[in-house]
Every structure is written in C-alpha cells, then in structure tokens.
Design a binder for this molecule. Structure first.
Ligand code: ADP
Ligand code: VHF
Length: 360
C-alpha cells in the first residue's frame, strides 16, 4: 500500500455525549481507527477538539461554558486530561503521541511556520503521532480559530498532506438544512463555489462550533494546497481505511487542479498580507501566463506599509490575481513605482520574484 500523509480532524460533536462531556466510547473508536491507519504505514496527524469538553466539569461549570474566559479556563484544565487519555490509549497500540498547540500567529510568521514544519517533519520521521489543538488559553478573541476546521486545513497544507479527513456528527454536506426531510447528501464536489458556502449553514451541532460552512471554508483552503478532503462520519476500526478507499459515508472534495505547494509557497498562500499591489495588464500577462517575475514597471499603485519579505496581494485593476513576497519595502517601492529596470539602482530588481509568487 502506498504511504500517504493523512490529517484526521475530530470535532467536538464526535467526541462528546449529550451533556457535552467526553464520550470515552467514541474516543476509543477513533483511536482504534487511527491506530489501523498508522499500522498500515501511513503518516498520521490528529487535529482533535475536546479540551473544553474534557475540562469544564472540573472547574464547576454545570455545562459547557460560553464566555471566552470560561472556555479558555476549561481548555487549560481539559487539554492535559485529553492528551492523557490519548497517550494512554494509543500506547496500547504501541503508538507514541506528541502534543502540539498552535495559534493563528504560527501560520502568519515565516520563521514560526518554517519551525513548525521542521518539528512536524521530525516527529513524523520518528513515527510519532502528533495531536494538534488550538492553543486556546493564549489565543486572543479576534484571532481564535474558534473551531478546529481551519486549523486542520492549515496543518494539512503545512505538512503537505495527501488527505484531510474531517470527522463530524453528520455524514457530509447536504444541499440544504439537513433537518429538512428533502435535504440530499452531496457525495462529491470538485470545487467549493461561493454558492456552496452560502448554502452550508454556520449553524452547528450542540457542542460544535462553526457548522458545515466552516468545514467548507477549511476545505477550500486545503484544496488550494493540493490536499483531498473528506467530510463525514463512520464507525469502527475500519472507518478511516474505508474513507481512504472511497467507501466513506460523506462528501469527498477534490480535483487535480492544485498540485501540492512547496513550503515557501505554502507560507505565501496562507499568511496575513501587509499590503496590496496594483499591476497593469502587461505585467499580469507576464507573471500569470509567461512565468516571469513582477518588475516595478508594471506596478502603478500600492496600498499598505510593508517591509522586504512581507507578503502582499496583487491585483490586476480590481481583480485579485495572486500573492507574493516583496523584495522592496513600501518606501522603496514608492521610489521605484512604474520605473523601467534600467532606471533603478536597487540591487533587487524584481518586486516579486517568480519563485515567491502564488496564483489565486
Ligand atoms: N448544509 C449542511 N449540511 C450538513 N450539515 C450542516 C449543514 N448546515 C449546517 N450543518 C450542521 O453542521 C453540523 C456539524 O458542524 P459542527 O457542529 O461545527 O461539528 P464539529 O464539532 O464536528 O466541528 C451538523 O451537525 C449540522 O447540523
Ligand atoms: N479548541 C476547542 C475546540 C473548539 C470546537 O468546538 O471546535 P469544533 O469541534 O471543530 O467545532 C477545544 O478543544 O475544545
């Protein structure tokens, strides 16, 4: 069997009982299925929610807290319990686990991104199963992932996964509110259009966050990184191998449009941008169709304050065409704007080198 790199995301809805606490039978079922994948020789990473669910009772909350500080405190207590459950149960399958807690910033700063990549690579090379969650206790409200769907997509991109399996409490995407008796399950999608995003509601299960909409947004990000996605559910130790074999009960999302991106380009795709460049049609043609670097002569306007090495969005008039890492600060670019190469004394001639450029 060909070795694959697989990220499995388990949402709160698939880890909890009707009171919102960790359901140990469900946990056991997931672990046995993950162990089979690992024993088949695949690289496996788990993105697991469940910290709040595992912790809230210990703090004396009668039910899952709704305030940010309540959730953060519950996650602080619950995360260590959750990892304890995982590490004990996986050790029965001779699998060693590692805990990795990430925040959005880890995906927006180049050095952090590269460092995370190096750590994951080392863990996988040594046969460890990384278990990832959001670092809930230090995430500030505007920057929390909130749910782990986008986190799992970004991790899939970062480590160049072949597959992202999002396990949830429903067997995939439905074409309308799944409570509606006429709702139909969608078994395959090649791309995620804005229409699909509008159709999938952000209303979630009782203990989950974000609903199907956040899963589709995450899937869209993972697709751009060349990852194939499955959203759905299943039971038993064969559920994940069945999913890989195309027998899963849920929605398969993917096409061969996006090849996997190398790490430096991954970073450019997913990091926060510091500004916008506006280029003319000739420049757009050169970089989009002829694989050339972007020269100052083609840039007629920019917005934002940025420094060499920052990532900016590139627009051809009003249309977003890509992103790239700039070799000029905004101050330097203000002097070079629209100038031909022979009029510029600067040592770095390209505004964006073609190796630091990603099409949208
Ligand atoms: N169009 C849709 N198709 C399927 N599920 C949907 C749709 N719109 C909303 N949902 C809801 O999304 C929920 C799953 O999301 P969520 O509760 O956030 O799960 P998780 O905890 O696994 O992340 C389902 O229980 C379902 O009620
Ligand atoms: N980081 C939180 C996860 C929040 C959450 O509910 O996410 P999800 O299950 O993806 O909707 C936790 O561990 O409880």
């Amino acid at each position: 069997m060909e070795k694959k790199r697989i990220v499995v995301k388990i949402g709160s809805s698939s880890l909890t009982n009707s009171k919102g606490e960790i359901d140990h039978d469900k946990l056991f079922d997931h672990i046995s299925a993950l162990a089979v994948l690992k024993q088949d020789g695949h690289d496996v990473l788990l993105v697991s929610s469940g910290a709040v669910a595992a912790g809230f009772r210990k703090l004396g909350y009668p039910s899952r807290p709704v305030t940010l500080k309540g959730k953060q405190a519950a996650a602080a207590v619950g995360q260590s319990l959750l990892i304890q459950y995982y590490s004990e149960l996986f050790s029965q399958h001779q699998i060693t686990t590692a805990q990795i807690l990430l925040t959005r910033t880890d995906f927006s700063k180049k050095d952090r991104y590269r460092n995370a990549y190096a750590t994951f690579s080392e863990l996988l090379e040594r046969g460890i199963l990384p278990i990832i969650n959001e670092n809930d206790t230090v995430s500030v409200s505007e920057l929390t992932f909130g749910d782990n769907d986008m986190l799992s997509a970004l991790v899939s991109g970062l480590i160049h996964a072949d597959h992202l399996i999002i396990l949830t409490d429903i067997n995939g995407l439905y074409d309308q509110n799944p409570e509606n008796p006429n709702a139909k399950q969608i078994q395959k999608l090649s791309t995620i259009t804005d229409e699909w995003l509008k159709l999938a509601s952000s209303s979630s299960s009782k203990f989950g966050t974000g609903g199907m909409q956040s899963k589709l947004l995450a899937a869209r990000t993972a697709l751009k990184a060349g990852v194939k996605i499955f959203i759905g559910n299943g039971e038993g130790e064969k559920k994940l191998t069945d999913i890989l074999e195309g027998l899963g009960d849920g929605t398969y999302i993917g096409n061969n449009q996006y090849p996997p991106l190398p790490t430096p380009k991954q970073w450019i795709s997913f990091t926060e941008v510091s500004g916008k460049l506006y280029i003319d049609k000739g420049a757009a043609e050169a970089i989009l169709l002829n694989g050339k670097s972007l020269l100052p002569a083609g840039v007629y306007k920019f917005e934002g304050i940025f420094f060499k090495g920052d990532v900016v969005e590139v627009y051809c008039h009003k249309e977003l065409v890509g992103r790239g890492e700039v070799r000029y600060s905004s101050d330097e670019l203000a002097l070079a704007l629209g100038k031909r190469t022979n009029e510029i004394a600067a040592s770095s001639v390209e505004v964006i080198h073609r190796d630091k450029w990603v099409k949208v």
